[in-house]
Design a protein around this ligand. Structure first.
Ligand code: SF4
Length: 271
């Protein structure tokens, strides 16, 4: 275990000091992959790593399910991750959340389920009340261990930006040829859902933006049919002016969240 810029490093994993997140309140972020690399089953057009030209090693996800040897090797790291989380939550104001996320899908860590389970135990030991959350495309949630982690978390935020098959495939670019239909079927099998919707515009090619009347209408209908517990609607942040991608305006985000409310869903907009 080592320290770098206030972060606690454990192998390739990082535990960041608590900070205020616009989505989750005071949050300790845990990255179970390398901050330098991207290892995700999707290649979203707005992904920071994609925009930096680092498409990443999505192929590595083909290794799921992880073998016994790989899990054994990752076991020592898992204990150190918990020690780093314990150090990260010690002292200071009460946390609202611990969130497992990064440009590496947390489910790609061979011991993700065990790490979540041990973090739950730590919460119990400390008498804390933080929510245990994670974010990911959800592609791997049909694998036994990934699903185990999903069930142990308070909230696993799955992404759903597009409700048109062609748009889903051309902008989120799932590595393993996943279709919108297959993805939605997977979501329906998961039980209570927490869904994160990212909306964006593309100045050069409107066929590659989620902010279109047709997509919004279909997304609304799809979200209603999925009946999630909560929807977070957000847009892009810190996009370089040289990029064709642009955020959606605050009022537009609020309007879409309001439409979800009117349709009976609990939704929050984050500009
Ligand atoms: S799901 Fe997240 S990490 Fe993966 S490509 Fe999309 S934005 Fe990047």
């Amino acid at each position: 275990m080592s320290h770098s810029n206030d972060k606690i490093m454990v192998g390739r994993s990082e535990v960041s000091p608590p900070r205020i997140s616009r989505f989750f309140g005071r949050t300790l972020f845990v990255n179970l992959g390398s901050a330098e690399e991207k290892c995700c089953t999707w290649h979203c057009v707005y992904c920071p790593k994609e925009l930096e030209g680092e498409a990443g090693a999505g192929e590595i996800n083909k290794k799921l399910p992880h073998g016994d040897a790989e899990r054994l090797e990752a076991g020592a790291d898992a204990k150190q991750v918990i020690a780093a989380i314990r150090a990260g939550v010690a002292g200071g104001a009460e946390l609202d959340s611990i969130v497992f996320t990064s440009t590496t899908e947390p489910t790609n860590h061979p011991m993700f389920a065990e790490i979540v389970s041990m973090t739950r135990d730590l919460r119990l030991t400390l008498g804390a009340s933080w929510l245990l959350q994670s974010i990911g495309p959800g592609t791997q949630l049909d694998e036994k261990k990934a699903l185990e982690a999903y069930r142990l978390l308070d909230r696993f935020w799955v992404k759903l930006d597009c409700a048109i098959g062609e748009l889903f495939e051309s902008t989120l670019k799932p590595t393993h040829g996943e279709t919108l239909q297959g993805y939605v079927a997977k979501l329906r099998s998961l039980g209570p859902l927490y869904i994160r919707v990212t909306l964006w515009r593309d100045l050069a090619n409107k066929a590659l933006q989620s902010w279109t009347p047709e997509n919004l209408e279909k997304l609304l209908a799809l979200l209603v049919s999925l009946n999630p517990r909560l929807v977070h609607v957000s847009t892009l942040k810190n996009i370089a002016p040289t990029s064709n991608l642009r955020p959606v305006g605050d009022e537009d985000l609020d309007t879409f969240a309001m439409r979800l409310h009117e349709a009976g869903l609990d939704a929050e907009a984050f500009a």
